[in-house]
Design a protein around this ligand. Structure first.
Ligand code: HEM
Length: 441
C-alpha cells in the first residue's frame, strides 16, 4: 500500500480510500445480481464463476439434480449472471404464454454478445422489431408451405442414404450425416441454394477445421466450414474465447476486451472475427445477387423477405440489408444444429431400446411398400408411435436447455417477485426428467 502511495505520490490515507472504494465497487458489482434474487432458493455460489463448476461436474444433468434439491424455481449463476430456472410445466406456461408481455425478449448470452453476426436475427432482436420481423416471416411456417418442403426433404434423404450404402464398411458418424442432411434441407428452404452436402462422397468430408478451408477452393465447402466454426465457438462454458469467458464473469468488460483481442492475430477472438467477417461477406453477396434477381419466386425464405420488402408492406428499416442477411443465416444455424442433434439423440436412444426399435420399424414398414413416399398428411397421421418417440427423445435430450427470457418489468412467478431484467429459463424437462421412461407402450 505504501509502495503504491509512493509511486502515485498521493497520501497513504487517500490510497487506502481509493483501494477500499474500488474493492467495494467490485464486490458490489459481482454480488448485486445475487442480492436482487436472494429470496429465490439456490445452491451457494462461488465469486466470479458462480455455479459453472457444478455445470462442469454434472453436465446438463445439473438442472435436474438441483431441481430435486431446490424445487420448481431456483437460481443458477452462469458466472456473475443469475438465471432463474423454471422446472415446472405450469410455471413454464406462465413465463412463455400468460405473462409473455412482461417477458417478451430473450436474454443475450455472452457468446452471442461476442458475435454481432448472430445478433440481428429473430432470436435476439427485441420488442417491436421482433414482432414486425416475425409477422413478416410467419407465412413460411404455415403448414401448407411446410408441406411443400416434404418432396425436397425426401430427395435429400435419398442422397444421404446412398451415402450409407457407399460406406457400408466404415463406421458412420451419424451426427455428421444428419448435420449435412439438415443443412441441405434448410439451405434450400432458407436460401434456395443446394449445398449438395448429402451427395455421396460430398465435398464436405472434412468440415472440421476452418483453417484448412483456405486451401480448399470450393466455395460451398468454405462457407460451410466457416458456418460450422462460427457456430461451434458459441460456447456457454469456460472453453469459449477469452472475451466470452470475461462476459460470464464481468459482462461490462466483454466488449472492450473483444475489441482489443479481435485485433491480435492468433487469439480465438481474432479467429472468430475473421470467420464472422467472411461469413457476413458471403451472406451479403447471396442477398445482393438475390435482390438483383427480378425473376425470383417466394419459395424460399430469403426471396419471401425480399419480395415483402419491395412490396413496401413492411418498412425497409425493419428489413435492412444486414437484418436480411442475419435472419436468413439464422435459419441455417437454428435449423441445422437443432435438427441434427435431435435426429442423433433419437437414433442413439432407439439403438439402446430394441423393443422400441422393433415397434417403430413395424409402424414404418406397415405404411406401405418401400417406394411409397409419405406426404405431409401421412407424416401427421400415419406415424403416431414415431411421433411419440421423437417427443420423448426431445424431452430426454433438450437441444438448447439454456434459452432464457428477460423480464421487462417486475413480475411475480411461482410466489417470487422478480425485478426488471432478470433472466428466466423455462426448462420443463428438469421437472419431468426425474423419471425418464422410454417404453414400448
Ligand atoms: C428439433 C429441432 C428444433 C428445436 C429443438 C428448436 C428449438 C428452439 C427453441 C427452444 C427456441 C426458443 C423458443 C423460446 O424462446 O421460447 C427456438 C426458436 C427458434 N427456432 Fe427453433 N428449433 C428447432 C428447429 C428449428 C428449425 C428447423 C428452424 C428454421 C428453419 C428454427 C428456427 C427458429 C427460429 C427462427 C427461432 C426464433 C423464433 C422467434 O423468435 O420467434 N428452429 N427453437
Amino acid at each position: 500500500m505504501l509502495f503504491i502511495s509512493v509511486i502515485l505520490n498521493v497520501p497513504l490515507a487517500s490510497t487506502i480510500f481509493i483501494l477500499v472504494t474500488l474493492m467495494g465497487g467490485l464486490v458490489g458489482y459481482l454480488y448485486w445480481p445475487f442480492w436482487k434474487l436472494r429470496k429465490v432458493p439456490g445452491p451457494p455460489s462461488l465469486p466470479l464463476v458462480g455455479h459453472l463448476p457444478l455445470l462442469a461436474k454434472y453436465g446438463p444433468d445439473v438442472f435436474s439434480v438441483l431441481a430435486k434439491q431446490y424445487g420448481p424455481i431456483y437460481r443458477f449463476h452462469m458466472g456473475r449472471q443469475p438465471l432463474i430456472i423454471i422446472a415446472d410445466a405450469e410455471l413454464c406456461k406462465e413465463v412463455g404464454i400468460k405473462k409473455f408481455k412482461e417477458i417478451p425478449n430473450r436474454s443475450i448470452p455472452s457468446p452471442i454478445s461476442a458475435s454481432p453476426l448472430h445478433q440481428k436475427g429473430l432470436f435476439f432482436t427485441r420488442n417491436s422489431q421482433w414482432s414486425t420481423m416475425r409477422n413478416t416471416i410467419l407465412s413460411v411456417y404455415q403448414p401448407s408451405h411446410l408441406a411443400n418442403l416434404v418432396p425436397k426433404m425426401q430427395s435429400f434423404i435419398e442422397s444421404a442414404t446412398q451415402n450409407l450404402d457407399d460406406t457400408s464398411k466404415e463406421d458412420i458418424i451419424f451426427s455428421n450425416l444428419s448435420l449435412r442432411l439438415a443443412t441441405d434441407v434448410i439451405g434450400d428452404a432458407a436460401f434456395g441454394v443446394n449445398f449438395g452436402l448429402s451427395k455421396p462422397h460430398s465435398i464436405c468430408e472434412s468440415m472440421n477445421n476452418v483453417e484448412q478451408s483456405s486451401a480448399n477452393s470450393d466455395e460451398v465447402s468454405i462457407f460451410i466450414n466457416q458456418h460450422i466454426y462460427s457456430t461451434t465457438q458459441l460456447k456457454m462454458d469456460l472453453s469459449g474465447s477469452f472475451s466470452i469467458i470475461i462476459g460470464l464473469i464481468a459482462p461490462i468488460l466483454q466488449e472492450p476486451i473483444r475489441q482489443i483481442l479481435k485485433r491480435i492475430p492468433g487469439t480465438m477472438d481474432w479467429k472468430m472475427e475473421c470467420t464472422n467477417k467472411n461469413l457476413t461477406g458471403r451472406l451479403d453477396d447471396i442477398v445482393k445477387k438475390r435482390m438483383e434477381d427480378k425473376s425470383r419466386t417466394s419459395k424460399n425464405f430469403l426471396s419471401l423477405i425480399l419480395n415483402t420488402r419491395e412490396s413496401k408492406s413492411v418498412s425497409e428499416n425493419v428489413f435492412s440489408f444486414d437484418y436480411i442477411s442475419a435472419v436468413t443465416y439464422e435459419h441455417l444455424l437454428a435449423g441445422s444444429a437443432t435438427t441434427s442433434f435431435t435426429l442423433s439423440s433419437i437414433v442413439y436412444l432407439v439403438a439402446g431400446h430394441p423393443n422400441v426399435e422393433e415397434k417403430l420399424l413395424q409402424e414404418i414398414d406397415g405404411f406401405g411398400p418401400h417406394d411409397k413416399i409419405p406426404n405431409a398428411k401421412d407424416l401427421n397421421e400415419s406415424f403416431p408411435y414415431l411421433d411419440q418417440v421423437i417427443k420423448e427423445a426431445m424431452r430426454i435430450y433438450t437441444v438448447s436447455p439454456l434459452v432464457a427470457r428477460e423480464t421487462s418489468n417486475e413480475v411475480e412467478i411461482g410466489g417470487y417477485l422478480l425485478p426488471k431484467v432478470i433472466y428466466l429459463c423455462p426448462w420443463t424437462l428438469v421437472f419431468y426428467k426425474t423419471s425418464v421412461k422410454i417404453s414400448c407402450g
